[in-house]
Each structure stands twice: as structure tokens, then as C-alpha cells.
Design a protein around this ligand. Structure first.
Ligand SMILES: NC(=O)c1ccc[n+]([C@@H]2O[C@H](COP(=O)([O-])OP(=O)(O)OC[C@H]3O[C@@H](n4cnc5c(N)ncnc54)[C@H](OP(=O)(O)O)[C@@H]3O)[C@@H](O)[C@H]2O)c1
Length: 247
């Protein structure tokens, strides 16, 4: 009986590519907002990789449903090997500065909802003394910049939360991996990044990094790898210089 992996935010471009990597080894439970799209992805994966794929509806902002959703997923499968959290939302920064609802949505989708879904997931994995969590944060959380600090603050909060969750999970054998992509060519970044730029990854490249990271039980991965060094430099710039830069 193959183990299953839960993919939260499964209609995301990065999640779809990651599902392709995982479906060669695991059954999948795809969780997401767009149920029609989820079904289409599930059918495609089941046919191509001969695996068992089921779907569950999920709205990140409907926090009160998250506990039951996770219970439902764990009742469905014999053994759940891990979960990947992929959902996210990138606002237009200056609009989010003016409109609280947009800023609030950004914080809720990228931070609060992740905590809300990860707490019941961690509790289940602790019970079974086994499992992995791979959660997509962002390089944007490594240092606040004027061009995306509301999104960046939510991702920075998520990164810190995941440090604590990793520390908590260690004694029960539950592994937590933080994924920090740089620029990726997906629906989220259409018109923002140039897909031909060498700095911009494809969802497939990020998915392979995630898959390798899970196998090697990495704590934090940057995708592509060179973002680790770019962010090392960005974090090293003294604040009195950094605040003057138009980043
Ligand atoms: N692309 C980049 O350059 C980049 C860089 C760093 C980090 N990331 C992170 O990577 C992750 C995946 O993003 P992506 O690049 O693959 O973008 P994407 O294709 O736009 O995926 C975003 C996903 O989030 C889901 N989502 C948004 N709001 C939701 C809500 N209220 N309830 C449920 N689902 C919701 C979307 O669902 P629908 O399909 O229903 O809209 C979609 O599946 C995100 O966490 C993002 O912040 C991306």
C-alpha cells in the first residue's frame, strides 16, 4: 500500500510540478480552492503515473475549517508520509499600502492560514512519530524591501514560525523543510519577471529542488541554489546603506 502526501494549494504552478515528481512514489491528496482545476490535475496524474489521487476543497482564509480538513485527510489514507504547503498570494505592494483589506488578505493567506493548517498537520505527524512538512516561504522574507514588504513580512513570519516548528518536530522524528524560492515563472509573477532571465526558475526546477530536499531531509533550501548567496549579500548590507537603496 503506497503512502500518501497531502499537497495544500495544489493548483499552484509550483505545486503541480511537485505533484508530478511525487506521484511516481506516493499517492496524493490534492487540496485547493478551485475544485474543477483540482479534479483535472488529479485525473491527469492518476492516468500518467498510475497512482491514487483524491481531492479536497480548501479556502486558506476559512480558518475554522482547517482542523476538520486535516482530520478528513488522515482518515482517508492508511499512512500519510508528509505534506507540502504551497498556497500564496502576492499583492501589488502600493495598492496593499492603501487598502487594508488587501494587506490583511496578504498576511492571512501567506502567514495566518499557514499556521492554522500546519498546527493540526504537525499534531498528526507527532502522533504517528513520522512525517515531513515542506512549506514554501520566499526569499522575500529574508529582508524587508519597499517594493514588497507586506508580502515579505508575512513570508518572514512564516520562515520564523517554521524554525520553531522544525525544532518542535525533531524529537518526534517529524522533519520540517523551509523552501525559499527566488523568482519563479508562474501565474503569480506574470508580467513581473522575465521568464528568459537566468535568475528566473521554472516551476519544474523548483519542484526538483523540493523533491531532492525532502529526500535529503534538508532544513532550508533556496531555489535555485544561487539565491542562498544573493540573499547572503543582501542581508549583509548595513541598514544605514540599505534604507537608501531603491529596492
Ligand atoms: N512565483 C514566484 O516567483 C515565487 C517566489 C517565492 C515564493 N513563491 C511562493 O510559492 C508558492 C506557490 O506560488 P506559485 O508561484 O506557484 O503561484 P500560483 O501558481 O499563483 O499559486 C498560488 C496558489 O495559491 C492558491 N491560493 C491563493 N489564495 C488562496 C486561498 N484563499 N485559498 C486557497 N488557495 C489559495 C491559488 O489557488 P487558485 O488556483 O484557486 O487561485 C494557487 O493555487 C506561494 O507560496 C508563493 O508565495 C513564489
Amino acid at each position: 500500500m503506497p503512502e500518501a502526501v497531502i499537497i495544500i494549494g495544489a493548483t499552484s504552478d509550483i505545486a503541480r510540478a511537485t505533484a508530478m515528481e511525487l506521484s511516481q512514489e506516493y499517492d496524493l491528496i490534492l487540496v485547493g480552492r478551485n475544485e474543477v482545476e483540482l479534479e483535472a490535475i488529479a485525473n491527469d496524474l492518476a492516468i500518467r503515473f498510475d497512482c491514487n489521487v483524491t481531492t479536497r476543497p480548501f479556502n486558506a482564509r476559512d480558518l475554522s475549517t482547517h482542523q476538520d480538513l486535516i482530520s478528513d485527510c488522515f482518515e482517508q489514507a492508511e499512512l500519510i508520509a508528509g505534506a507540502i504547503v504551497c498556497h500564496g498570494f502576492l499583492p501589488e505592494q502600493t495598492q496593499a499600502q492603501r487598502e487594508w483589506d488587501l494587506a490583511h488578505k496578504t498576511l492571512e493567506v501567506n502567514f495566518t492560514s499557514c499556521v492554522s493548517i500546519l498546527e493540526p498537520l504537525m499534531a498528526r505527524f507527532e502522533e504517528q512519530q513520522y512525517g515531513f512538512l515542506a512549506v514554501i516561504s520566499s526569499v522575500a522574507g529574508d529582508r524587508g524591501r519597499q517594493s514588497n514588504y507586506i508580502y515579505g513580512a508575512a513570508k518572514g513570519g512564516l520562515t520564523t514560525y517554521l524554525q520553531g516548528l522544525r525544532n518542535r518536530g525533531f524529537k518526534s522524528g517529524v522533519h520540517v523543510m523551509t523552501v525559499k524560492p527566488g523568482f519563479v515563472s508562474t501565474a503569480m509573477t506574470v508580467g513581473i519577471v522575465d521568464p528568459k532571465s537566468p535568475l528566473v526558475a521554472t516551476p519544474g526546477q523548483v519542484a526538483r529542488d523540493i523533491y531532492r530536499g525532502i529526500r535529503k531531509r534538508k532544513n532550508v533550501i533556496y531555489s535555485r541554489w544561487f539565491w542562498r548567496y544573493i540573499m547572503l549579500i543582501i542581508r549583509a548590507i548595513p541598514e544605514w546603506i540599505f534604507k537608501r537603496l531603491g529596492l
